[in-house]
Every structure is written in structure tokens, then in C-alpha cells.
Design a protein around this ligand. Structure first.
Ligand code: HEC
Ligand code: HEC
Length: 234
């Protein structure tokens, strides 16, 4: 017992050394999407809980981390990687950290042996460990709450990428929304420009065109236009 305890740190160092190797060799994010997303929802937090074939990856990561019996915090990641790697290749009800009820409703995970290699899995497990953290989750929830509190027009402008070329007050590639609001009084004209694009009306943009957005319906353009008008400097 004493001897194997002595070797433990060495084994852990070896484990973590080969783990870094793995993350360098594999695109773990892509593997996760290719190999696991058809059953596990990868969004954090999941946007829907409907039609679930398996618990969301966030839930898997959180409860495996919570219930994993390790004494030393430094052992947590290697133990997590070892558990996930083993579980995906050799799932068993006796090993699962899932409660009995969920296990019954989802059914046991089918072994992914032959579908993903062990080193690929180690890279995926590490990625899961690092990505699905309580800190990232909290941050995302705060961002989602802040986003939900924005006016509808601004939410649409952020959703449709308007802020990559515009800002509310400062110039970017395109004029600021407050400058646009200062020039027009009529939301209808702004709405038309959003739909059909614009070119040459703003000298500072040096003839760079704004691409048309025929994909946005009239009511979306109208909401965007009204919001832009409200950005007028007092
Ligand atoms: C064919 C569907 C399917 C695929 C593909 C799949 N899983 Fe699962 N997985 C499940 C189901 C269902 C469960 C819940 C039942 C269980 O724990 O066995 C589960 C559970 C798990 C658990 C155990 C959670 C616990 O509480 O013990 C881990 C870890 C896991 N999956 C990781 C993965 C990873 C990583 C991949 C991709 C390499 C993957 N799964 C691909 C269906 C799938
Ligand atoms: C690729 C960069 C880019 C994106 C993305 C972009 N714009 Fe523009 N936008 C511009 C440029 C450049 C101009 C100035 C064009 C000109 O000189 O007529 C402009 C001008 C405008 C104008 C003024 C048009 C006019 O008639 O005076 C409005 C309104 C506008 N953009 C709204 C939007 C909205 C809303 C979105 C998101 C749906 C958006 N833009 C996305 C680059 C962009």
C-alpha cells in the first residue's frame, strides 16, 4: 500500500503530461460535437430540455465532478478524465453517477467503443472538464440575464451582427446609431436602408457598402429602425 502511494504522484504527473499531449493533438471541441452531440445537448445552459436522449453535457460534467470521490483536489481532473473515458467505452448502471430514476428514463448509454478512440476520448474528457465549469455557467447566466433586459431593438441588432460595423455612439466601419438617428426623422427610411443596404450616403464610410438584409422581415427592420431613432443624442 505504502509503495503504491509513493508512485501515485509519478503516475499523476505522467497522466497530466499525456493529457496535455492529447489536447494538442486533437480538436476536442469538434470531436465532442461529432461524437457526443447526437445524444447530449452541448449548450451551457441548454436552450431546451425537450426530446432529450441523454442528460445535457453540462449536467453530466457537474454531477460527475460533484460526486467523484477524490480526497486531493489535484486528483480531480485526472480522476474525471479516467472515469469519463472508461464510462464511454464500458458503460454500466453500477458505475453511473446518474440517479436511478434518470437512468431508467434515459436508458443506459450505449458503449461508444469503435466510434471514438481512447486518446480521442481523453482529449474530449479534458475539454469537458475545462469547459463545463460553475464559473463559466454563472458568467453565461449573467450575460443571458443582461441580454434579456435589453430593449428588443438592441437585442435584434446584437443578434443580427449590426454591432460588428456599428456602435451606439462611436463610429466604426459604419456611422454610429446616434448619428443615423440625428439625420433621419422617419423610421420608414431607416427600415428601407436596413432591408436594401446602403452606399455612399455617409462620406466617412468611404463608399464601403452596407450589405442588404433581405433575409430580415419588415417587422424586424421596423423594430430595428425605431430603436435606432431612439439613440438620438439628447
Ligand atoms: C447514443 C447516445 C449517446 C451518445 C452518442 C453518447 N452518450 Fe453519453 N450518455 C447517454 C445516455 C442515455 C446517458 C445517461 C445514462 C447513463 O448514465 O448511462 C449517458 C451518460 C453519459 C455519462 C455518464 C454520466 C453519469 O452520471 O455517470 C458520461 C460521462 C457520458 N455520457 C459521456 C459521453 C461522451 C463524452 C460522449 C461522446 C464521446 C457520449 N457520452 C456519447 C447517451 C449517449
Ligand atoms: C459589414 C458592415 C455592416 C453591417 C454588418 C451593418 N452595417 Fe449598417 N452600415 C454600414 C456602412 C458602411 C454604412 C454606411 C453606408 C453608406 O455610406 O451609405 C451603414 C449604414 C447604415 C444605416 C444608414 C443608412 C442610410 O440610409 O443612411 C443604417 C440605418 C444601418 N447601417 C443599420 C444597420 C443595421 C440595423 C444593421 C444590422 C442588421 C447593420 N446596419 C449592419 C455597415 C454595416
Amino acid at each position: 500500500m505504502k509503495i503504491s502511494n509513493c508512485f501515485l504522484p509519478v503516475i499523476l504527473i505522467l497522466l497530466s503530461a499525456c493529457s496535455t499531449e492529447n489536447s494538442r493533438h486533437y480538436d476536442a471541441q469538434k470531436l465532442l460535437a461529432e461524437k457526443c452531440a447526437k445524444c447530449h445537448n452541448l449548450d451551457m445552459p441548454p436552450k431546451t430540455y425537450e426530446d432529450e436522449k441523454a442528460p445535457p453535457m453540462m449536467a453530466v460534467a457537474f454531477h460527475v465532478k460533484d460526486f467523484m470521490p477524490v480526497r486531493n483536489p489535484a486528483d480531480k481532473k485526472p480522476a474525471f478524465v479516467a472515469f469519463v473515458t472508461d464510462y464511454v467505452l464500458h458503460p454500466a448502471a453500477s458505475k453511473s453517477f446518474c440517479d436511478k430514476q434518470s437512468l431508467e428514463s434515459y436508458g443506459l448509454m450505449p458503449s461508444q467503443k469503435g466510434n471514438i478512440s481512447r486518446p480521442e476520448l481523453e482529449a474530449v474528457a479534458e475539454y469537458i472538464y475545462d469547459t463545463y465549469t460553475k464559473e463559466v455557467f454563472l458568467k453565461k447566466m449573467q450575460e443571458a440575464n443582461a441580454f434579456a433586459r435589453l430593449p428588443e431593438g438592441e437585442r435584434l441588432a446584437r443578434t443580427y451582427g449590426c454591432f460588428s460595423c456599428h456602435d451606439t455612439a462611436g463610429r466604426k466601419v459604419g456611422p454610429s446609431f446616434s448619428d443615423i438617428a440625428g439625420r433621419y426623422r422617419d423610421a420608414g427610411r431607416i427600415s428601407e436602408s436596413i432591408e436594401n443596404g446602403s452606399r455612399g450616403k455617409w462620406p466617412e464610410s468611404r463608399n464601403i457598402p452596407m450589405p442588404p438584409r433581405h433575409d430580415l422581415n419588415a417587422s424586424v427592420c421596423r423594430i430595428l429602425a425605431s430603436w435606432i431613432l431612439e439613440q438620438k443624442r439628447p
